[in-house]
Design a protein around this ligand. Sequence first.
Ligand SMILES: [Zn+2]
Length: 162
Amino acid sequence: MMKDNIAKTLIVVDMQNDFIDGSLGTAEAVQIVDKVKAKIDEYKNRGDKIIYTRDTHQDNYLSTNEGKHLPVVHCIEGTQGWEIRDGLYVEGSEIINKPAFGYTGWADYDFEDVEIIVESANKPAILEELKTIGIDESSMFPEMEHIMSSVNQNCIIQEPDI
Ligand SMILES: [Zn+2]
């Protein structure tokens, strides 16, 4: 298990084209991109650590459990929609590909001071679908819960205002 000692970390959750102006995009999501970039630039300019997550599906998406309930093809590995929005990625930063909602590997990190950016503008429509299979908001973004339970201080969740 790899352990990192990190003073200050920004986690950028699923800022991928399909969630912005792709198959699951919204006008609201497009509008927050600049604010997300400004936050990323703060970390970049200080030389602090940034970690990106990517929702990552394969060609069989529609036959997966998520795909049966949210039959909108999105974030297929290798496609433009799966890519992180142009201008948001800081070269050399770590990227975590998540095969499903959430990521449970956060215990491998020692976060001391972490901020999380979540693009939430497209949540309402998606949540309606996912509630039918028992996935609610907190389990859709378990990054928050895992990290908040392992970090006792200075954990901030950012949902950029539109
Ligand atoms: Zn997905």
